[in-house]
Every structure is written in C-alpha cells, then in structure tokens.
Write a protein that binds this ligand. Structure first.
Ligand SMILES: Cc1cc2nc3c(=O)[nH]c(=O)nc-3n(C[C@H](O)[C@H](O)[C@H](O)COP(=O)(O)O)c2cc1C
Length: 184
C-alpha cells in the first residue's frame, strides 16, 4: 500500500519556493482539527519566512548543525503551546502531547500538497523565548522547517551523506506488547 504514511520522511533538502497562502491556511486548519485534552487546543504556530522581522531571531537560535540546512526551507515555524488550561488555570500536563498530535496532522496534510516538514529540537529555547518576548502562559516546544522538496545536491556534503542513509524503525514486537516484562 502506497499511502502518505509511507511517503513521509523528514528531508533536509527543502526548497525556498514560496507556498501559496491558501495552502498554508488549509494545512493549519487541519492542524487545528486535532484532538486535545478538554478540547483545549493549546497549539500555536508562529510562521515566518526570511523577510519577516522575527525570522532572524528564530534562525539565530538554531544549532549550527540545523542552521546549515534549515535556511533552505520556505518557512520556519515555531511550535508553541499553553502551559495551563484556559478554563481553570490548572497545569496542562498533556499540552506538548496535544501539540505533537497537531503537528502530526499538519505533517500528513502538508504531504497532500507535496510539502514536507522536518521538526527540530536543536535550538536554544531559552534564548528564543527571551528574544521573542514570549507571553509567559506559553512555551516553545520545537521549530519546524516547511517546504517543497529541494535538490539534495544543493546541500553541503555533510548533509548529503546523511540524507541518503536508510531509516530504521523498532520492530513491531518491541512497541506493541502484551507483557510489561518486555519493556526495554
Ligand atoms: C521533537 C523532534 C526533534 C527533532 N530535532 C531534530 C533536529 O534538531 N535536527 C534534525 O535534523 N532533525 C530533527 N528531528 C528529526 C528526526 O531526526 C527524524 O524525525 C527521525 O530521525 C526520523 O526520521 P523521519 O522523520 O525521516 O522518519 C527531530 C524530530 C522530532 C520529532
């Protein structure tokens, strides 16, 4: 079966080609339709291209390794989530979990438009939180690089090598278990 889940991967070879506003709207509507605890929808997405004021702050917060490829993406997106529930102010323990589901929806819908996402945890979250002067009710979780596929040959050599490596996954019998003694 050839479906979007089989096609999906996280490329570093992305293209700067601009994405139409109506496509951006479509994929984020789908991201916003994900399930969440108490339907709280804690996710927020700061979407930037390299002509936006905050772009440089976001790009500068990336690790050197990520800077080397992520500059080719059409957009950098800061994924942000609420720290407390809006309805009662209690700690929102599943907030990042809910944001993650929203990003999964986003990623799969994006593929329907031939758009790819590579998520990043490799950035200075404290520096970025301060430079963006982020409202203290929220926290930054990841930065996403979004774009059409680029040409692997345009990447620096160190990235070209790893872009072509086979991807591995744990076998099903390690993640789907009937006995907790099998946890490893
Ligand atoms: C939370 C999170 C953080 C990640 N951080 C980085 C990163 O900083 N740099 C990077 O190149 N890839 C990063 N990745 C991408 C993963 O390495 C990638 O998803 C994983 O190797 C599986 O490959 P695939 O998405 O192509 O299946 C991150 C992915 C996630 C979900």
């Amino acid at each position: 079966m050839n479906n979007l889940f089989d096609i999906r991967y996280s490329p570093r070879a992305l293209s700067v080609k601009k994405i139409d506003d109506n496509i951006i709207e479509d994929i984020f509507k789908v991201a916003g339709s994900a399930p969440s605890s108490y339907n709280s929808q804690p996710w927020r997405f700061l979407i930037l291209n390299n002509s936006d004021i905050f772009y440089k702050m976001v790009y500068d917060s990336l690790s050197d390794f990520n800077k080397g490829w992520a500059r080719n993406a059409s957009n950098l997106i800061v994924s942000i989530t609420r720290k407390k529930y809006e309805h009662n102010g209690a700690d929102y323990l599943h907030s990042a979990y809910d944001l993650g589901q929203s990003v999964a929806y986003l990623t799969i819908r994006a593929l329907e438009h031939n758009l790819y996402i590579r998520q990043m945890g490799g950035f200075d979250v404290q520096k970025l939180t301060e430079s963006l002067n982020l409202n203290s009710n929220f926290e930054i979780i990841t930065i996403l690089a979004l774009g059409y596929l680029g040409d692997v040959k345009d990447l620096e050599e160190q990235y070209q090598k790893i872009e072509k490596l086979p991807r591995s996954r744990k076998p099903l019998n390690e993640i789907l278990i009937k006995d907790l003694n099998n946890l490893k």
